[in-house]
Design a protein around this ligand. Structure first.
Ligand SMILES: [Zn+2]
Length: 323
């Protein structure tokens, strides 16, 4: 109820109290606005939560604006509340999306359904949808690694002057706890630090824009650290080798970029922790073993990825052709 009261207060303060009169069957008289869960009970898991996070894949946000509900591809998505479709189709990042505007006890609320298979298969912009109406199917379109529904709740406006709110308490306060309907849920933990890698040779700048000073030029596959949520738009605030600055998110990835496969030409080649014969031995590789090149060191060593480990081997014992 606390959240609901806040919505009402905000609505009045913002001078949109007239929205109360527009309520179209969302709310009972004076009662909490009822919602329904967007996916069938026990058909989904809570996989990624609202708030700061490490970006799961290149291009993903570092502040998660929604709740991810992992589910089988094709699972039917229902509108959590009645309202008007304001967007149905493609959108950057989401791939395919449906956005529904509802009037909830004195304010506008927007539910955003991201990564669906086909945004305008069942609904069209401008059409009214009922609470619980089938509006789309779970997909993995856009920036996504596996089928899931990405649910956002916006207040006042969708983008612009609007703001997002955590869908978990919002849904719970509207009588449809997502936690109660989930088959499973990951633990909600925010890591203290994220590890990323450069995807190419890229500039580390003093601010979030190409007009800012270049602090350092960083080579490909160099390790960066970042605080979850540290960024501005498409820019990420990262630290490289003690220098903190900004990089465009297109060049920052949670995984390494392979620069090609190389083959070991001798038996018992040592994988070492540093580019030197005094480096700790991490593994021993035999002739013909394939390794992924990460980067070349200037002194005759190359950093590689093999057997789940990163380490250095002498360049002269690798070949681009399989022996
Ligand atoms: Zn998401």
């Amino acid at each position: 109820m606390r959240t609901l009261r806040r919505i009402i207060t905000t609505g009045v303060t913002m001078g949109i109290a007239t929205a109360v009169a527009l309520t179209t069957g969302v709310a009972g008289a004076g009662a909490a606005t009822a919602a329904v869960r967007p996916l069938p009970d026990n058909s989904y898991g809570l996989s990624s939560y609202y708030g700061p996070r490490c970006m799961p894949i290149k291009g993903a946000s570092t502040y998660h604006l929604g709740q991810d509900m992992s589910a089988k591809k094709g699972t039917k998505i229902k509108s959590v509340a009645p309202g008007t479709v304001i967007k149905a189709g493609s959108a950057p990042g989401f791939g395919q999306v449906v956005v529904v505007r509802s009037n909830a006890n004195g304010g506008k609320v927007f539910a955003v359904y991201g990564h669906v298979i086909d945004g305008d298969k069942y609904v069209k912009t401008g059409k009214y949808v009922k609470r619980g109406q089938h509006i789309a199917d779970v997909g993995s379109s856009g920036t996504s690694t596996a089928p899931h529904l990405h649910l956002e709740i916006w207040k006042r406006a969708y983008k612009g002057s609007g703001s997002t709110t955590d869908p978990l308490p919002w849904m719970k306060n509207h009588g449809a706890s997502l936690t109660a309907g989930a088959a499973w849920a990951y633990k909600r933990v925010v890591p203290t630090s994220c590890t990323y890698y450069t995807t190419t040779r890229v500039n580390l700048r003093s601010g979030p824009g190409t007009g800012y000073r270049v602090l350092k030029t960083v080579n490909v596959n160099r390790k960066l650290t970042a605080k979850p949520g540290a960024g501005s738009g498409v820019w990420r605030k990262v630290t490289y080798s003690g220098t903190t600055g900004w990089m465009h998110s297109s060049y920052v990835s949670p995984g390494l970029t392979s620069l090609g496969t190389r083959y070991v030409t001798v038996n018992g080649l040592r994988l070492r922790s540093t580019p030197s014969t005094s480096g700790k031995v991490l593994d021993s590789l035999n002739r013909g073993k394939a390794v992924k090149k990460i980067w070349d060191s200037s002194n005759g060593w190359v950093k590689v990825y093999v057997n789940g480990k990163q380490g250095f081997v002498a360049t002269k014992y690798l070949s681009s052709k399989k022996p």
